[in-house]
Design a protein around this ligand. Structure first.
Ligand SMILES: *[C@@H]1O[C@H](CO)[C@@H](O)[C@H](O)[C@H]1NC(C)=O
Ligand SMILES: *[C@@H]1O[C@H](CO)[C@@H](O)[C@H](O)[C@H]1NC(C)=O
Ligand SMILES: *[C@@H]1O[C@H](CO)[C@@H](O)[C@H](O)[C@H]1NC(C)=O
Ligand SMILES: *[C@@H]1O[C@H](CO)[C@@H](O)[C@H](O)[C@H]1NC(C)=O
Ligand SMILES: *[C@@H]1O[C@H](CO)[C@@H](O)[C@H](O)[C@H]1NC(C)=O
Ligand SMILES: *[C@@H]1O[C@H](CO)[C@@H](O)[C@H](O)[C@H]1NC(C)=O
Ligand SMILES: *[C@@H]1O[C@H](CO)[C@@H](O)[C@H](O)[C@H]1NC(C)=O
Length: 752
């Protein structure tokens, strides 16, 4: 592990930051105290990725964030009165101290409370720097870089190119340290020439004492506000009551650093409440306001739809106020919210990449429900999708897959219908073609969460919305003038030979009934994993046919790509056919996109989701970094559960050179190189592409057909259905996700 750590550090030293360094920000109006751009303050460096307060974390913060990003160090002291950066006075969870000095636990009374653990003031700075190392203590964050040395604040006053940095020191427990003959104020005045640009403390006594001594220095003294019930040691009042007297705070500080919930409260159902007037009140007193507690891997309010950038925008870009800065574990995400994202849905487009919904806006509402489609349209999807399923009596409706066990309330009513259909999937399910349309209508669609417990999608929308039939879907698309529709067909051979259902005929007649077959205003896309299905739509040149490649591939030989071209104008691939990752880190990009582009086949990639658990570590828990990476790889369409996020990206300047901030696409192996051997997935083969002809529909049809399908009849000696080439959607996405889910179980113990 250490070998790889060193390799990564070397890479950091040789590869320069490439984003808009040195460009002045544009003349954008901000409602900050002085009208300037909000500050990004990197909490312990890039502590969302590296152990908090290690040198690599500070370097990554500088390199990945907007120019002028401030490095925040929470200062603690050694026995010999030297300062070092660490997130907590108690060393037990963030260092290796328990192993180094197993008997070293002490109990100290700190501001009236007994605290047990290991403390810097029991060790010399020499021991701390030589022997104690840092580790990640939030379990959703990888521990690959544990073992990094502790850093003194004077080590981060310059970056690795020797350019001066902007430093923020937070001085905790002044009163406690003084009781133990350690004087933080004397340390600062003696060691720092000049003083750091920002000095903060939760103790009023410290701030009052140092204020007259900073002279003409351009140092901002900031009052760190803690949780409302916590007691400030000098005044013995709670922070909740102190914050009401902003004029008093102004007498010793020029600003406050305050947990974000004081500004935008979130209730227990994680619904964002109206903002308080704190920022305006503080600005009226001439106090700056820096909000703390930002992390991409936190449990965000559902109002942000798991998009961490939206949370920052709520703090800077609402019509009432802007905070003067944000203290974040993920400073690059704060940077993009300030430097390149634009929440205006009408902003003009900077990227042509198509936004294709996945079951509508299925991150916010039950997939394929009327509400999910409406939201996808409102959120700027270019193309809305319907994965067509058939009821037993032939009604075509939209739902992710034939198995409706997890996507509807079927489990509450039809457990007797549970069965195994090996042609479709390995696990048991309740299949739409075993229920009549009126039985299905007695159910509700259900929001599907890949991630559970606190990370599940909004429970308030669990069963919101109604099922949408294929013809309703087509009507909606026409009514709302969506640019395109995307129809997905699966299991055609099985449905024909085993269930007497003609899904191809049903879709064709629904399209022609909706007059989408002739000179449609809407571009019609037909996707299938079965090339014989795509052949059936060959005769209509206005349709775009999309071949669904479900397995990870590393590319396609030219003759196989040519074979695909016989059936399709585009392919849909999963993300792992484009970005190859090991240990959840990107190791290489595959040849998939160039291989299809070489024969003029478009490549759509999915399934994109905002949830940080869905992202490899290189993306820094930020869905925009994934979008920027696929954009750099020239993907033609983003297939996403969250069209709003893709829409904000394609209207941003995040990929525009010269923008105040440009999102750096990931670079394989930049953050972590997996040990060899690295095995790439196979190339696509002709056998993966060619399918047997579709079997005819079996003779004795069930009562037809709510969707008005005109089943084609065929010879009685129809061939048996082909062995399933397809696999279910959910079995496609394993790999990386299994790994992450393990981490989530661990996470729940941290955040709850
Ligand atoms: C250390 O971690 C444990 C378990 O997660 C937690 O209960 C405790 O509060 C943490 N202590 C500190 C000092 O962070
Ligand atoms: C601390 O590190 C030094 C060398 O770097 C070593 O000699 C010493 O044994 C270590 N002390 C402990 C307690 O591990
Ligand atoms: C958050 O969402 C809820 C429900 O969707 C809505 O009622 C509320 O107004 C939103 N909060 C804010 C501050 O916009
Ligand atoms: C965006 O455009 C629509 C329709 O043109 C308009 O109704 C809406 O007010 C605009 N929104 C903004 C934020 O400009
Ligand atoms: C990365 O992928 C490309 C294209 O598939 C391949 O040619 C190259 O050898 C791979 N590089 C590594 C380091 O595996
Ligand atoms: C590529 O395909 C598109 C339609 O998918 C077509 O309009 C275009 O002319 C083709 N370009 C070439 C170079 O064949
Ligand atoms: C045909 O389209 C009309 C609306 O244009 C719709 O009401 C009807 O249900 C459709 N019929 C079928 C069989 O799809």
């Amino acid at each position: 592990m250490i070998g790889y750590l060193l390799l990564s550090i070397c890479l950091f030293q040789t590869i320069e930051a490439r984003h808009g360094v040195g460009k002045p920000p544009p003349q954008r109006k901000w409602m900050t105290l002085h009208g300037g751009q909000p500050e990004v303050i990197a909490s312990g460096g890039y502590s969302g990725f590296y152990p908090d307060s290690c040198l690599a974390a500070y370097d990554l913060a500088t390199e990945s964030s907007i120019p002028g990003t401030i490095l925040y160090c929470n200062l603690q002291f050694s026995k010999d009165s030297d300062g070092f950066c660490i997130s907590s006075i108690n060393l037990q969870n963030t260092t290796n101290i328990d192993g180094l000095d197993p008997k070293g636990t002490k109990t100290y009374n700190i501001n009236g409370q007994d605290v047990t653990g290991w403390f810097g003031l029991d060790y010399t700075i020499d021991f701390i720097l030589r022997n104690v190392t840092l580790k990640q203590n939030i379990f959703t964050r990888q521990g690959f870089f544990d073992g990094a040395p502790i850093v003194k604040p004077l080590q981060i006053t310059e970056d690795k190119f020797k350019k001066p940095t902007r430093l923020w020191l937070n001085i905790e427990y002044d009163m406690f340290y003084k009781k133990h003959k350690i004087n933080p104020e004397a340390y600062l005045l003696e060691k720092f020439h000049p003083l750091p640009e920002f000095i903060s403390s939760p103790e009023i006594g410290f701030l009052r004492s140092i204020k007259p001594k900073i002279g003409n220095a351009k140092t901002n003294l900031i009052f760190t506000i803690l949780a409302e019930p916590a007691v400030e040691p000098t005044t013995k009042q709670t922070y909740g009551s102190l914050v009401k007297d902003l004029a008093m705070i102004k007498s010793f500080a020029s600003g406050i650093l305050i947990p974000k919930e004081y500004i935008w409260p979130v209730n227990n159902a994680r619904v964002l409440q109206p903002s308080t007037s704190l920022v305006q009140d503080a600005h009226r007193e001439g106090l700056s306001v820096y909000a703390s507690g930002f992390a991409n891997d936190n449990f965000l309010s559902y109002n942000y739809s798991f998009d961490p950038a939206r949370e920052y925008l709520q703090f800077f870009d609402n019509s009432q106020f802007a905070v003067d800065g944000v203290l974040s574990d993920f400073p690059s995400t704060a940077s993009e919210a300030i430097g390149c994202l634009n929440p205006n849905k009408n902003a003009s487009r900077t990227m042509p990449t198509l936004i294709i919904s996945h079951n509508g806006a299925s991150g916010d509402y039950p997939g394929s429900s009327d509400l999910a489609y409406q939201k996808a349209i409102d959120d700027g999807a270019d193309i809305i999708d319907c994965s067509v399923q058939l009821s037993k009596d032939g009604m075509a409706f939209c739902s992710d897959r034939a198995d409706i066990l997890k996507t509807t309330t079927a489990a509450t009513m039809f457990m007797d219908r549970i069965t195994k259909v090996p042609e479709i999937q390995e696990r048991d399910g309740i299949f739409s073609f075993d229920l009549t349309w009126s039985e299905i209508q007695s159910l509700k669609p259900q929001i599907e969460s890949t991630f559970e417990n606190e990370l599940a999608r909004n429970p308030a929308h669990k069963n919101s919305g109604k099922f949408v039939t294929l013809s309703e879907f087509l009507e909606l698309a026409k009514q709302k003038a969506v640019a395109g529709i995307y129809i997905k067909i699966k299991n055609a051979a099985y449905l024909a030979s085993q269930k007497n259902l003609d899904i191809v005929g049903t879709v064709s007649s629904a399209l022609s009934n909706a007059t989408l077959d002739k000179e449609p205003k809407q571009k019609v896309h037909i996707q299938s994993d079965d090339s014989s299905v795509l052949l059936k739509f060959k005769d209509n040149p206005s349709y775009q046919r999309v071949f669904y490649i479900y397995q990870p591939i590393s590319g396609a030989p030219a003759q196989v790509a040519q074979e695909v071209k016989k059936y399709a104008d585009a392919v849909f691939v999963h993300r792992d056919a484009v970005v190859m990752s090991i240990d959840n880190f990107c190791q290489n990009f595959t040849n998939t996109i160039p291989a299809f582009h070489a024969v003029n086949i478009s490549v759509y990639v999915g399934i994109l989701k905002d949830e940080f658990e869905n992202l490899i570590f290189d993306y820094l828990s930020d869905p925009y970094v994934e979008l920027a990476t696929f954009n750099a790889l020239k993907v033609d369409g983003f297939v996403t559960d969250y069209p709003a996020t893709a829409n904000m990206f394609v209207r941003s300047s995040c990929a525009t050179q010269g923008s105040p901030y440009v999102i750096k696409p990931v670079e394989p192996g930049y953050l972590y190189v997996a040990p060899p051997p690295i095995t790439e997935p196979p190339l696509l083969s002709t056998a993966d592409v060619v399918d047997p002809p579709l079997p005819a529909i079996a003779k004795n049809m069930p009562t037809q057909s709510a969707a008005g399908s005109a089943p084609t009849s065929g010879p009685p000696s129809a061939p048996p259905p082909p062995a399933a080439k397809s696999s279910s959607t959910s079995s496609v996405t394993v790999g990386a996700e299994g790994f992450i889910l393990a981490a989530i179980v661990a996470l729940l113990t941290v955040f709850t």
